[in-house]
Design a protein around this ligand. Sequence first.
Ligand code: C2E
Ligand code: MG
Ligand code: MG
Length: 572
Amino acid sequence: MAVTAIADWLETGVGASDPTRTRIASLGNAAAIDQETAIADRSSDLSESAPVVEDDGESPTGVFSVALVTKLNLWWKETTCLVLAEEAGRLGISDGTLRAATEMVDRSCNSSMVRIAKQYDLELQDLHARLVDLASHDQLTGLANRAVFLARLEAAISRIDRHLGGLAVVFIDLDDFKAVNDAFGHRSGDELLTILGERFTDLMRPEDTIARFGGDEFVALFEDLTDPANEAEVLAGRLHQAIAEPIVIAGEPLYMTASVGVVVVTGVEFRSEDVLAQADMTMYGVKRAGRNRVAVVELGNEMHPAAFAMASELHRALERRELTLAYQPVFAVQAGGLVGFEALCRWTHAERGAIPPLDFIPVAEESGLMPAIGAWVLEEACRQSAAWGELLGDGLSMAVNVSGRQLADPEFPSLVLHALTATGLPAKVLILEMTESILLGEHANYESVLRELKDLGVRLAIDDFGTGYSSLAYLRRFPVDQLKVDRGFVQDVAEHGDTRIMGAVIRLAHDLGLEVVAEGVETEAEQSIVQKLGCDSMQGFLLGYPLSPTLIEQTFAKGDLPAARRVAPHGR
Ligand code: C2E
Ligand code: MG
Ligand code: MG
């Protein structure tokens, strides 16, 4: 029918009528679909696995592969030319007219194929763009994803010029996001994440990056900070504040908080994955130490790669509950009985065995894990002490070591209060130990935090006295209750026999109303000096090693307490 129409048109110059054209088109469509299976079968040598028709349920003609469309087109061209030749013979049309008609069919088919190829290219480009978007963006919020973030962070680290400043990575994890999903459904949760994504984007400069790592984790990268630590704190504070603004979901305002860990980098020697892990750890530290806060850690040159590795392992150890507490008994010097314990943190590494706290506590401090570890130690020691009340007798104190980072946190007193209320431990039982180097440190301004702690009813002790400034003048400034005289001091007196300084220290401490505890009593000679100089209580390997809770219970239960019992050195 089409060929006849073309021949008529060539001969008379009059084209086919509209109804005829419509009919030709619909017959053509139907024929194409009928033919397509047959063609595909015949030409399976060229397109073995090409999908012939994928009925997507929407388009009636389905999706044709380019190879198939090209084949159909060529087939149609060949057939049309064949039919044209036959018809020309039948109608007695001249060779010249037939050639013109054949050329026209040829050109029309060729330009169709070019058009199809162009369309195919366009769709391919579009598909590629969508794939790139899918691979680099979070589909819910449209923010960058982890892969893109890491690539940008790596590039940004390599560009750092420490003389000009540095960069900051801000790791944000919403507090209690699960509760939103549970209470309002996942759709509301998604909406909340989208709104937060928009808020964050509004706060960022175009050169900054904000990414979502899935779930409720958002991570920001701020580059080119001239005063990195301070700027990072301000920028992270803004993101934190943006979360605190009410978020309206289904007409209801929701109030969210988040734990934020910030890592400031001023050197090119750090790997992007490590920096990110560090930011994650810092955030985790906030999470474990009461949430809803921003904590900043600065990565300088001083953090050795080995310390980095240790920090990651320590993080894991904390999560897997591989840290434990050992308890060293403390005895009254004159009356001789057990008066309490000092909780000491222990880490038994699966391969390396016991790692001393003096090795891992500084790493925890530097890597931002200390608040998390400190919070755990505090709560665990309180729980243990409360549990021992009945078994070992009431009135035994529990001393817990507190690091500088913990004390620097204005939320620390409420964390202590939480540990006491959660475990039911009376405040007066708890002694918080801090070294004089912490109290007198460069940026130390702990008086108000110490006051708040005192107001809770807990006791405060100065640990390792004698190793630092050994200045008693500051004792009046701080509301402390105990002075723990360092083992070195005790040892020195025992070795040189000169008791004047230690004697004076103890007298002055007593005058100031402080109790004096002697640390590290290892020999009978040291014990008798401690007794002679009037220390109130003492601890040391001579009297008892730090022991596991089970060994403590086996040794001290039943109230049958020896004056100063020597305990075998297991559990150290
Ligand atoms: P520290 O608070 O002065 O604890 C006393 C340390 O002296 C403990 O070491 C204890 O095992 C050891 N010691 C006790 N009696 C003797 C003795 O007679 N001779 C000798 N040579 N040593 C004795 P440890 O457990 O290795 O802890 C070392 C330090 O690590 C602690 O010193 C404390 O500053 C810190 N630390 C331990 N646990 C924690 C913790 O949970 N948090 C914080 N912030 N620091 C902790
Ligand atoms: Mg101590
Ligand atoms: Mg000490």
